[in-house]
Ligand binder design. Structure first.
Ligand code: ARG
Length: 463
């Protein structure tokens, strides 16, 4: 190979170009082209700053900034020929800029390095994803609030161990997820505050001897301030890990809810009907309507959490400052972000469109002796029994009902008195599921009024 074949950007000391395998393992352009808009925004801010500080002439700076807009429109219009030989998005853009504007293009890289450049691009990209995740969560929460408001007093079974435990309201169940997804929003917002500092100007690792103005570029790119340590600026990816951490927890919440939708939409439960728009059919069994979207959402945690673990492993042993290992950060985050946004949108659609099967919910709520706790509580309140004794009496009544093949409210007063002579007719007033949920008025409890108050509080908070 001749020197002509060595890299035009850094090949000065090289006599030969890279082996094909070297090029294949080294190049990131196949995926980091997704950073094009951020890369060009960063370069334009840098070029403007170089002119403002007198490092570059106004003429060169303007030519660079305008040329970069041309390159951007080529990329956005699908008219850009990406080159693997040029490794990554940074060098692809710069090489094309040189073709468009000539010699001034070579001055753009003054007082910066690809190390601070990529750290800046990636922060900008992750920041946009945080905003998209918050918007997706907001839409999902709105769909949940609509379900909760409609069904604030619809009864359904509440479960522990997936065994019928006590009746709850549909609205209460929906609002549990509102709380979880709102905390997810908070985690993304917290991460955004911490990550919103600008690495640009850290240069390769040590800063630069040029009189740059890092505050100017930070501000131009919407960052709160420049990062305070140049080694840290080019070498940490904790911001991406925080994004993946928040995404993993959010995906875990989505997965739990998806699992419930899979169970609820089964023929055995029939708690909900998912809309045709968010279900699929079977190619062999004509009767089937499958909850594929819920199943796929349930699975997304695998790749999202996987990305989190993978990037943590990439980073954990790296000495300061930049190492090429860090190029492996992007695909993980891209994939996790894409799948999180898709899962959020699909969940929002499913929740918006799903129909609760109220008769099935009510029938299930009343089954499985779900008001046994209400009976025990009544024995404590009305007869003054110690709770342990009330528990025992109720257990005996449950066994009696089981023997008779009926539910607790179907026992006669005589049945009840055979177990405890003090029981009075008014006990039947606490046994129905509607009485049960209406009585759970403690703060955060399942009573319809509590649910309505929580819906109102969240509507006000989210505007
Ligand atoms: N493509 C590289 C990455 O994503 C850009 C930074 C290259 N820096 C370097 N010193 N080789 O990490």
């Amino acid at each position: 190979m001749t020197q002509d074949q060595s890299n035009a950007m850094w090949g000065g000391r090289f006599a030969a170009g890279p082996d094909a395998i070297m090029e294949a393992i080294n190049a990131s352009i196949s995926f980091d082209k997704r950073l094009a808009a951020q890369d060009i925004a960063g370069s334009r801010a840098h070029a403007a700053m170089l002119a403002a500080t007198g490092i570059l002439s106004d003429t060169d700076s303007r030519a660079i900034r305008e040329g970069l807009l041309t390159v951007l429109s080529e990329i956005e219009g699908g008219r850009f020929a990406f080159s693997t030989a040029l490794e990554d998005i940074h060098m692809n853009v710069e090489a094309r800029l040189k073709e468009v504007i000539g010699e001034p293009a070579g001055r753009l890289h003054t007082a910066r390095s690809r190390n601070d450049q990529v750290a800046t691009d990636f922060r900008l990209w992750v920041r946009d994803q945080i905003d998209a995740a918050v918007a997706g969560l907001r839409a999902l929460i709105a769909a949940l609030l609509a379900q909760a408001e409609a069904g604030a007093d619809w009864v359904m079974p509440g479960f522990t161990h997936l065994q019928t435990a006590q009746p709850v309201t549909w609205g209460h169940h929906m609002m549990a997820y509102v709380e979880m997804f709102a905390r997810d929003m908070g985690r993304f917002a917290d991460a955004r505050v911490r990550m919103n500092e600008c690495p640009l100007g850290a240069a390769a690792l040590a800063g630069t001897s040029f009189p740059i103005d890092r505050h100017m570029t930070a501000e131009a790119l919407g960052f709160d301030r420049p990062m305070a340590n140049s080694l840290d600026a080019v070498s940490d990816r904790d911001f991406a890990l925080e994004f993946l951490g928040a995404a993993s927890i959010c995906a875990m919440h989505l997965s739990r809810f998806a699992e419930e939708l899979v169970i609820w939409s089964s023929a055995q439960f029939r708690f909900v009907t998912l809309s045709d728009r968010f279900s699929t059919g079977s190619s062999i069994m004509p009767q089937k309507k499958n909850p594929d979207a819920a199943e796929l959402i349930r699975a997304k945690i695998g790749r999202i959490m996987g990305a989190n673990v993978a990037l943590m492993m990439v980073m954990k042993g790296l000495p300061l400052a930049y190492s090429k290992d860090m190029q492996e950060d992007k695909e993980q985050v891209f994939d996790a972000a894409d799948n999180l946004m898709l899962a959020l949108a699909a969940m929002e659609g499913m929740v918006r469109d799903m129909t609760a099967n109220r008769p099935a919910l009510a029938a299930a709520a009343a089954s499985g002796f779900s008001t046994a706790t209400d009976l025990a509580d009544w024995l404590v309140r009305a007869l003054g029994l110690p709770f342990r004794e009330a528990h025992h009496v109720t257990g005996t009544l449950v066994a009696l009902a089981e023997r008779k093949g009926c539910d607790l409210p179907d026992l006669t007063l005589a049945d009840m008195r055979s177990v405890h002579p003090g029981i009075r007719d008014e006990v039947f007033g606490v046994l129905g599921v509607h009485n049960s949920v209406a009585s759970r008025v403690s703060y955060g409890g399942t009573a319809p009024d509590q649910v309505r108050a929580q819906v109102a509080r969240w509507k006000e908070r989210l505007g």
